[in-house]
Design a protein around this ligand. Structure first.
Ligand code: 3SL
Ligand code: MG
Length: 236
């Protein structure tokens, strides 16, 4: 298995060959939120590109379906939930279909469509994702980044997954080795790393320090959302 890494959502179309399993990583916060939603028992997440598309889609879905996501990190007018993982509690999302749109995370997911398979990963499910990738000949760790720019927290989570894969014998491409090095240097202080990152600083300024502590926890949620036919589900 060869493990490559892509630094931003915008870079994904050039990286995808169609043979690889893609792991979409947006630690702050879309992938952490989606992992949490499934860990809380949600049935399905449908990622869409825009708030308008989400609002339109809701008209044709059952009333219990919820709209979630953000623009500029804030809840979108007319939506039920924002993009803080802590909102996605069992009593809110269990058994529900969620339609989600976020600035970078759901964008990366939609751009991963040409891959052989596409999963959601982060610190929260790093070991579970690694288990799902066992038979993949090629893996692409797709960091969402922030509006076309590199994000430290996504790169470190790519390293967390790459480290676990390398223990199982995977070969790491150069960028993936660098991600692994970052993770190994900070694995005992992930909260500090996330807090120091540019997007982490923004999340803290907005009052969500608790999201930083939460999203930096390894292996809290043993679920792997799989993207198939336009929606994410847990595939056993
Ligand atoms: O860009 C995204 O997909 C979001 O996760 C960003 S935020 O953390 O909600 O601002
Ligand atoms: Mg992000």
């Amino acid at each position: 298995m060869l493990v490559r890494t892509c630094l931003t959502a915008d870079g994904l179309p050039q990286e995808i060959t169609g043979k690889e399993a893609v792991v979409v990583i947006d630690v702050l916060r879309a992938s952490s939120t989606i992992i949490t939603a499934f860990n809380s028992g949600c049935r399905e997440v449908i990622p869409v590109a825009s708030p308008e598309e989400a609002l339109e889609m809701k008209k044709n879905l059952p009333k219990e379906c919820l709209l979630g996501g953000e623009r500029e990190a804030l809840i979108i007018p007319g939506f039920d939930l924002g993009n803080s993982p802590q909102e996605y509690r069992p009593e809110i999302v269990r058994g529900k279909t969620l339609v989600m749109t976020t600035t970078n995370g759901t964008k990366a997911l939609i751009l991963s469509k040409g891959a052989a398979s596409s999963l959601i990963g982060g610190f929260l499910n790093a070991s579970a994702v690694t288990g799902k990738l066992a038979s993949a000949p090629e893996v692409l760790l797709a960091c969402a980044g922030t509006k076309g720019r590199f994000s430290l927290e996504d790169f470190a989570a790519a390293g967390a997954i790459a480290h676990r894969l390398s223990i199982r014998g995977a070969k790491l491409a150069d960028l993936t080795m660098a991600a692994c090095g970052l993770y190994l240097a900070y694995r005992e202080k992930l909260e500090a790393l996330l807090s120091a990152s540019e997007h982490g600083q923004r999340i803290i300024r907005l009052g969500w320090q608790a999201d930083i502590s939460y999203c930096g926890q390894e292996d809290l949620c043993p679920v792997v959302p799989v993207f198939q036919e336009n929606s994410l589900r847990i595939v056993i």
